[in-house]
Each structure stands twice: as structure tokens, then as C-alpha cells.
Design a protein around this ligand. Structure first.
Ligand code: HEM
Length: 423
């Protein structure tokens, strides 16, 4: 895909040119500067030094500190409101009403759907995947080594990408022969997580048609489970739909598409960013090899050190304040998870990867009512991958692996490594 923005056509492909200068008026950084993607943390440090709240020339309220980000995420005066800024992620039900994924809802609608999903994501369902995740990583590594021969293995393509696609597919009850297609569709949706103005028209089209295809597919799968429940997660959500009309048919479809696509790229990037950090810090890798029981804590530090989700948006639903700075109703707030994760007020030596670091209040999965519902499965997948990959003798095959140029998600396009022969 192109690394340049859609400057010749607007996001819809129809409007006049967007002047790239507008992006640095809107955001507190230049989203198309390769130096920013190489090290956004240096840029975040400067933003943090400007104070707890910065307004960009176009009026976006930027919040980089851990305490302030946490406070906003816990504050019900901030939410999504009418959703104008994310309306491109909504879809139309057959009756013409607009349905938004629950990640973009405010209470009480959010509470209703999130409650049903949390029940269906019961711990027993996730735990059942733990052994499977380890076996799957072994299979993926073996296959990649056989295919690569003496050449390098791309950890993104070989492990980070297929692992969550297969695990999420199995969790949701998607038949195995569909996993590859779902992996492509989740990828297309993930690449469209940035607001459309930052994407090429092709990316916007691919995102929208991938979402439509997934919605249609889940509509069919839900019909099948309605006719013959199997006890899988979809059957459970279908049953919720029947009890007191708690979940409308189209809400169910949109929820399933959200569950498949929301955390897919983020899980890919947690494994990719985490393994890249480890390969760049061989003494930390050696420590982890000597302390395999610390893999869960190591994954939390990887999430802090280079978070796959770099920012969260909110809108002030009423007049409020952040760190004493007044925020007017309707103002849009950008909570910089990447900056908060390196806040020296909370983390000693924040720019160091320190796997033995005491557990802190990690913001990588968010906080408050929207705290990531998929965190247990993302952790399970990343822990399985990190445990198995750390046990191998890996070496970076390139100094600068190529990066995906997005701003909400942060990750590598490829992570080529050399794997020493076994034994
Ligand atoms: C490393 C992987 C992941 C990361 C870093 C991550 C991060 C996040 C963050 C930061 C939020 C909060 C968004 C907000 O407050 O607006 C969130 C919410 C959410 N995540 Fe994840 N996520 C990951 C994996 C997953 C997976 C695997 C799934 C699906 C199974 C998932 C499903 C969701 C959903 C549905 C929400 C919305 C929850 C709500 O609005 O109540 N995530 N995630």
C-alpha cells in the first residue's frame, strides 16, 4: 500500500485535494513523517513537556500524561456522543436504522451490549484456548521453518498474523476453511482504523467492503445457529437476542464483526512490537529465557513499551476539565496511550524495556467502561507466541524492519529473523 496520504482526492475519492499541511494543524505531530513512525516517543516527550493539555491549531485537545488519560477514561462526562467523528464505522440495518459497534456507544446502550458480550467471553471459553494457542504457535513456527529453509522467517506473516486470526475464528465458531478469508478481511478493516482522511481511497473502499462482507457472513452464520445452536459463542449471543429482544439481529451481526476485527491488528502488533523490542534488547531476551515463568509480566511490559494502540478518542459530552483546564462540551479529546505509557511520573527510566519492571497501571488495553473486552484472549495469544519464540535462538535479519504508517495502530509490516537450527 502507499505510504502517502490521499492528497489528490479526498477520503471519499470525490472531493477536492486535501492539503497535507492540514494534518499537522489537526494533530500534534506529522502523521506522514517517517521519523515520527521510527520514534514517536521522542515526539510525545516534547508534547508532554508542553503541559498536561495541548490544543492543536484546529482545536483537538491532546492529553499525553498517564494520570490525565486515566482520569478522562474514568470520567463519564467524556464519551462518543452523536458519534460524528466515527460515523464512518457505523452501518445500516435492513430497517434503515443506523447501528454502531458497541465500542462507539455510550451507556446505557453500551452497558447492555457489553454485558452480553462479557458473559459470552466467559473465562472458561478463553481458558479452553490456552493449550491450543501453544500448539498453534508450534505448528506455525514449524511450517515457517520448513518453508524458509536457510532463509529468514518473517515473524509477522508466519506467527503474529495467523495466530489471532485462527484463535478468534475458533473462539467465534467460524469454520476453519474460512479462517484465511477472515484474516484478509480483518486485515482490511484493521488498515482502516485511522480516520478516512488519513487513508487512501483504496484503503477506505477495502475497509468498507470487508466490513460489509463480514456483516453478511455473520448474518448467515447467526441464522444457522438460530436454527441449530451448537453452544459456541455465536449461539450464545443468538440466545441473548431471543431473550427480551436484548440484542437486535443487526446489532448481533455488527457485534460479531467488531469482535473479529477490533483486536486483530492490535494482537498482531503486540506480538510483532514485543518480539522486535526483545530482539533489540538481547540482555532482556536472555533474562526472559532464564525466567520463563515471567512471560505474562514480560508481555505487559511489551504492551507498555510499544503499545499497539497508540491513542483513544473521546468527546466531551458536557463542559468538563482536564488537569484544571476547561474543556467545552463537544470538544474532541485525543488520549495519547503511547505517551502515557512512557510517562516518567509513573515509570522509572520509561524509555527502557525492563521485563522485570513492577506491574503498574498499564493503559495499553484502555481503562474504565470501555476497557478491552478481548484483553484475556490477546494476552493468551501474545504469551503463547512470546514463550515459544523466546525459547528459539532468533536474530534480526534486518536493522530496520518496515513499519505500517498508521497513527492509531502501531506495528511492523514485516519482522524478518534468522532462526538458528534446532539442537
Ligand atoms: C493486544 C491486543 C489488543 C489491544 C492492545 C487492545 C486495546 C484496546 C483498547 C485500548 C480498548 C479501549 C478503546 C476505548 O476506550 O475507546 C479496547 C476495547 C475493545 N477491544 Fe481490544 N485490544 C486488543 C485485543 C482485542 C481482541 C483480541 C478483541 C476481540 C476479541 C478486542 C475487542 C475489543 C472490544 C470489543 C473493545 C470495546 C470494548 C467496549 O467498548 O466496551 N480487543 N481494546
Amino acid at each position: 500500500m502507499s505510504e502517502t496520504p490521499a492528497t489528490e482526492e479526498g477520503a471519499s475519492g470525490a472531493e477536492a485535494a486535501i492539503d497535507p499541511a492540514i494534518f499537522s494543524q489537526l494533530l500534534p505531530f506529522d502523521p506522514f513523517d517517517p521519523a515520527f513512525h521510527a520514534d514517536p516517543y521522542a515526539v510525545y516527550r516534547k508534547i508532554r513537556e508542553q503541559g498536561p493539555v495541548t490544543r492543536t491549531p484546529l482545536g483537538l485537545v491532546v492529553v499525553p500524561g498517564h494520570a490525565e488519560v486515566s482520569a478522562v477514561l474514568r470520567d463519564n462526562r467524556f464519551g462518543w456522543g452523536d458519534g460524528a467523528t466515527v460515523a464512518e464505522h457505523f452501518s445500516q440495518a435492513p430497517d434503515g436504522t443506523t447501528v454502531r459497534p458497541f465500542i462507539f456507544m455510550d451507556p446505557p446502550d453500551h452497558t447492555r451490549i457489553r454485558g452480553l458480550v462479557s458473559q459470552a467471553f466467559a473465562a472458561r471459553r478463553i481458558d479452553a484456548l490456552r493449550t491450543r494457542a501453544g500448539e498453534l504457535v508450534d505448528e506455525l513456527i514449524e511450517k515457517a521453518r520448513a518453508e524458509a529453509g536457510d532463509g529468514p522467517v518473517d515473524l509477522i506473516d508466519a506467527v503474529a498474523h495467523p495466530l489471532p486470526a485462527i484463535l478468534l475464528g475458533e473462539l467465534l465458531g467460524v469454520p476453519a476453511e474460512q479462517h484465511e478469508r477472515f484474516r484478509q478481511l480483518s486485515n482490511d478493516i484493521a488498515h482502516g482504523l485511522d480516520p478516512s482522511i488519513f487513508l487512501t481511497p483504496e484503503e477506505v473502499t477495502r475497509r468498507d467492503s470487508a466490513r460489509a462482507e463480514l456483516n453478511a457472513y455473520f448474518g448467515t452464520l447467526a441464522d444457522e445457529r438460530r436454527a441449530a445452536p451448537t453452544g459456541d459463542l455465536i449461539s450464545e449471543l443468538v440466545a441473548a437476542e431471543d431473550t427480551d429482544g436484548k440484542l437486535s439481529g443487526h446489532e448481533l451481526v455488527v457485534t460479531l464483526t467488531l469482535l473479529l476485527s477490533a483486536g486483530f491488528a492490535l494482537t498482531v502488533n503486540l506480538v510483532g512490537n514485543g518480539m522486535y523490542a526483545l530482539l533489540r534488547n538481547p540482555e532482556q531476551a536472555a533474562w526472559l529465557r532464564a525466567h520463563p515463568e515471567e512471560v505474562p509480566a514480560a508481555v505487559e511490559e511489551m504492551l507498555r513499551y510499544d503499545p499497539p494502540g497508540q491513542m483513544i478518542s473521546r468527546v466531551a459530552l458536557e463542559d468538563a476539565e482536564v488537569a484544571g483546564v476547561p474543556i467545552a462540551a463537544g470538544e474532541q479529546v485525543m488520549l495519547m496511550i503511547g505517551a502515557a505509557s512512557r510517562d516518567p511520573e509513573v515509570y522509572e527510566d520509561p524509555d527502557a524495556l525492563l521485563l522485570s519492571r513492577p506491574a503498574g497501571r498499564n493503559l495499553g488495553f484502555g481503562l474504565g467502561v470501555h476497557f478491552c473486552v478481548g484483553a484475556p484472549i490477546a494476552r493468551l495469544a501474545a504469551q503463547a507466541a512470546v514463550a515459544k519464540l523466546t525459547a528459539l535462538d532468533l536474530e534480526l535479519a534486518t536493522d530496520e524492519p518496515p513499519r505500517a504508517p498508521y497513527i492509531i495502530t502501531r506495528g511492523l509490516k514485516e519482522l524478518p529473523v534468522r532462526v538458528a537450527p534446532a539442537g
